[in-house]
Design a binder for this molecule. Structure first.
Ligand code: GDD
Length: 419
């Protein structure tokens, strides 16, 4: 029997996802029309022996989270629970804190997934791989290019046995191009023993000197993975399918494109088709069944349209996520943007962001998790984001900007954060 744990973090996380994460926990942000963690749950559900999914985080339980869990439980027919940390316990402390809940039923192993990633995870193959090293631990890895690898956990493995020889969390100097995807399978008893020792060490440190931070906090990379690699009990399974971390809103557009492309294989029924009396569809587009789209609108490629969205005549939308309840009036044009819940875009207006994809000329390039501002203090060109309830008048252009919720824009803006 196997369980899965999804680390969903909490409100202090997801800061590079603002203003969208002010409204909704980042793990519930829709990619390809469904919340990020919905895709994780769907991927986990493919493992035949999976008995339970536990979400661990430090969000206060909310209506949106409870509703999501209830719906997902019903749809996937698997128990799903949310366990809330009393305070942030780091990327692995929650796993130790709730070890009794995880160990209940005596699972042979448990899968852990970071919530802020998206991919075509080969979880069934990963479980098979893990079973070859019973009693040990496994990590899913992929390739990054030399310039970007230091933004992730990096590992060096024995090419024959796949045993991890060395692991460094976000190294300052180059270690390897093989990076940690944020997905693991652990053997419970051995892992909890190791984590208990980390916490003992924290208590010991605290007795000797003032200890900044929480003694129950455990870091997945530095405390767990590096130690497992040193003890020779960690094995790496390399995946070459799509994988991306979702740090900022720009990477959500990139992930949206890849998830829509995955639907060709997994859910072709979710991709909009051209037809008589239907809007013109170019490439991959998802449209929620409650959305109303004028037949003269042109959508795609790579557009997700949320529930109750209304799109008027002649509107043009590409590389964009339209969140629930947004209204696009006639002939507006939306490119490389995320349009927040219940926003209204006026007639003939244009909302446009910059493409921020991984460099197509560099193999294994990943979206940059860069900060909002460049070294010159200027806003880095990125997608345009409108927070909830933003109203844009007719014939206005908004380019490369971030607009906070509840704003009325009657004039054009370029490269601005509109507070
Ligand atoms: N429950 C809980 N409590 N979850 C947390 C906490 C916490 O205190 N802090 C972070 N998390 C969750 C986040 O929500 C995310 O899903 C995951 O733990 C990773 O947290 P980050 O701190 O954002 O790490 P990272 O994304 O920079 O790096 C990690 O992921 C990379 C892959 O995307 C590392 O594991 C890297 O080695 C890895 O390459």
């Amino acid at each position: 029997m196997i369980k899965a744990v999804i680390l969903i973090g909490g409100p202090m996380k997801g800061t590079r996802f603002r203003p969208l994460s002010l409204e909704l926990p980042k793990p519930l942000f829709p990619i390809g029309g469904f919340p990020v963690v919905y895709h994780h749950i769907e991927a986990c559900k493919k493992i035949p022996e999976l008995k339970e999914i536990i979400l661990i985080g430090f969000y206060q339980s909310s209506e949106s989270l409870s509703k999501f869990i209830l719906n997902a439980q019903q749809q996937f027919n698997i128990p799903i629970r949310y366990l809330q940390e009393f305070q942030p316990l780091g990327t692995a402390g929650g796993i130790y804190h709730f070890r009794d809940q995880i160990a209940m039923g005596d699972p042979e192993g448990f899968l852990v997934l970071n919530a802020d990633i998206m991919g075509d995870y080969p979880l069934v193959e990963f479980v098979e791989f893990h079973r070859k090293h019973l009693g040990e631990h496994s990590i899913l890895s992929t390739e990054a290019n030399k310039k970007q690898a230091h933004n992730f956990g990096c590992l060096v493995e024995d090419p024959e046995t796949h045993k991890v020889l060395h692991y460094v969390e976000k190294p300052e100097t180059f270690v390897s191009e093989t990076i940690n995807c944020g997905i693991y399978i652990f053997s419970p008893a051995a892992l909890f023993k190791l984590m208990g020792e980390v916490i003992q060490r924290n208590y010991h440190k605290m007795s000797e000197e003032p200890f900044a931070g929480n003694v129950e906090s455990v870091r997945m990379g530095e405390d767990v993975l590096a130690t497992l690699a040193n003890s020779g009990s960690l094995y790496a399974f390399k995946s070459s399918s799509f994988w991306s971390s979702i740090k900022n809103a720009g990477s959500a557009i990139y992930a949206n494109r890849n998830v829509l492309s995955m639907y060709h294989k997994t859910h072709p029924d979710l991709l909009a088709q051209n037809g008589k009396g239907q809007p013109h569809i170019r490439g991959d587009v998802y449209i929620h069944s409650s959305a109303v789209v004028h037949p003269t609108a042109v959508l795609g490629p790579n557009v997700s349209v949320g529930s109750n969205v209304v799109i008027g005549a002649g509107a043009r939308v590409r590389e964009t996520i339209l969140l629930d309840g947004a209204e696009l009036k006639d002939h507006c044009c939306i490119l490389y943007s995320i349009i927040g819940w219940n926003c209204s875009i006026g007639m003939w207006s244009r909302v446009e962001g910059s493409r921020c994809d991984p460099n197509p000329n560099e193999e294994f390039s990943r979206p940059d998790g860069e900060s909002l501002f460049g070294d010159d203090g200027k806003l880095t060109p990125s997608i345009t984001i409108l927070g909830r309830n933003v109203t844009i008048s007719g014939e206005v252009i908004v380019r490369n900007s971030i607009v906070l919720p509840h704003k009325d824009l009657g004039q054009s803006y370029k490269n601005e954060i509109i507070l």
